[in-house]
Design a protein around this ligand. Structure first.
Ligand code: PLP
Length: 379
């Protein structure tokens, strides 16, 4: 039997269409986009077309797109790139307690450097309250960074409302849209954001490439120094194959977004209804409606989530415990505990994240296997 992969929040398989468009950039089209000769000019032309395409995809100007090595780098560049513009002044940063470690640990690092950071709480559904953001802003606040959709429970934050508040006070707003792209509309103006992170490998593109959108009026400095690539904000010879793959992945994700949403919603409802019917003492985590369509985070009372994950893996079902996608660790999820779950319940939670090739038969197989596995572990 073919293993069933339900861990698309961790990464996704590359689409054949993406592999296809990348292929020439590993061989024939190898020029350095900074070279003057024809080889270089071909690469430069393709790079700039790629930039225009992704800019259009998220409603930005091409000058506002900086290609990076992925979500982690984009988040670091966003947060550090903005706060470091205030030379000699250690300002105040607002973020949430459920961010991905790429933002959370960057903020912790900033605290060690003398910055003040507020980590806003979330409610039981994992939502940040825009009023709480407003109440936390100070005259010296230099940045607000709140993710668009959470990677563990899928809850979608009220970024547009938060953006109205930050805009009114002239404070830059960054959002990590790594999990949201391809699942919900992501247009920078509608969201009222000044910086936005994207990663290709969550949307059937290659690993190790992403982008950061930075509004032209947002003060910003690079994280490291080198040549003039990416307007000097992200030096280093461009990963042409990766960029071309990212563009194709974003294009396909956007074209198919409505279908994907409906299909994922249908499969997830099948999964959740089946689990509710067949397994006692379960709790679904995340907002009922304001949630990514492909994520289902479920707590199983009196079960060790890690053990459950191993047993399911033995039965050819790949899922994750909340925190593992970001770190490979087995720590109790900071997201679930921030939502008020006890460490025991949080430790008994699994994330099922469905993907474009998931099928009803995959879900039915899970529903066949899971109840007995849970019953055994509870014995
Ligand atoms: N942000 C979120 C919300 C994520 O889910 C991830 C991936 O786990 C990242 C950032 C990091 O992205 P990357 O793996 O491209 O560095």
């Amino acid at each position: 039997m073919k293993p069933i992969y339900l861990d698309h929040g961790a990464t996704t398989p590359m689409r054949p269409e993406v592999v296809e468009v990348m292929r020439p950039y590993f061989s024939d089209v190898f020029g350095n986009a900074s070279s003057i000769h024809g080889f270089g000019q071909k690469a430069r032309k393709d790079l700039e077309e790629a930039r225009k395409s992704v800019a259009e995809n998220i409603g930005a100007d091409f000058k506002e797109i900086f290609f990076t090595s992925g979500g982690t780098e984009s988040d670091n560049l966003a947060v550090q790139g903005v706060v470091h513009t205030r030379k000699g002044h250690k300002g105040h940063v607002v973020t949430s307690s459920i961010e991905h470690p790429a933002v959370l640990n960057t903020c912790r690092y900033l605290e060690q450097q003398g910055y003040k950071v507020d980590y806003l709480p979330v409610d039981a559904d994992g939502l940040v309250d825009p009023e709480a953001v407003q109440a936390t802003l100070r005259p010296d606040t230099v940045l607000v960074s709140i993710m668009l959709a959470n990677n563990e429970v899928g809850t979608i934050q009220p970024i547009r409302e938060i953006g109205e508040m930050t805009k009114a006070q002239g404070i830059p707003l960054h959002t990590d849209a790594v999990q949201a792209v391809g699942k919900i509309p992501v247009k920078v103006d509608d969201l009222n954001v000044d910086l936005l992170s994207v990663s290709a490998h969550k949307i059937y593109g290659p690993k190790g490439v992403g982008l950061l959108y930075v509004n032209q009026n947002t003060p910003f400095t690079p994280l490291f120094y080198g040549g003039h690539h990416e307007q000097g904000y992200r030096p280093g010879t461009e990963n042409m194959a990766g960029v071309i793959g990212l563009v194709k992945a974003m294009e396909l994700a956007e074209t198919e977004r409505d279908n994907f949403f409906a299909n994922m919603n249908h499969l997830r409802s099948l999964l959740e209804a089946g689990i509710l019917e067949k397994v006692k003492n379960v709790q679904f985590n995340g907002h009922a409606e304001k949630r990514l369509p492909n994520v289902s985070n479920i707590s199983f009372h009196s079960v060790d989530g890690e053990m459950l994950l191993y047993v399911l893996d033995g039965k050819k079902i790949a899922v994750s415990t909340g925190a593992a996608c970001s770190s490979g660790t087995t720590e109790v999820s900071h997201v679930l505990t921030a939502m008020g779950l006890s460490p025991e319940l949080a430790g008994g939670s699994l994330r099922f994240s469905l993907g474009r090739l998931s099928s009803e038969s995959d879900i039915l197989y899970v529903l066949n296997v899971l109840p007995d596995v849970i019953a055994d572990l509870r014995k």
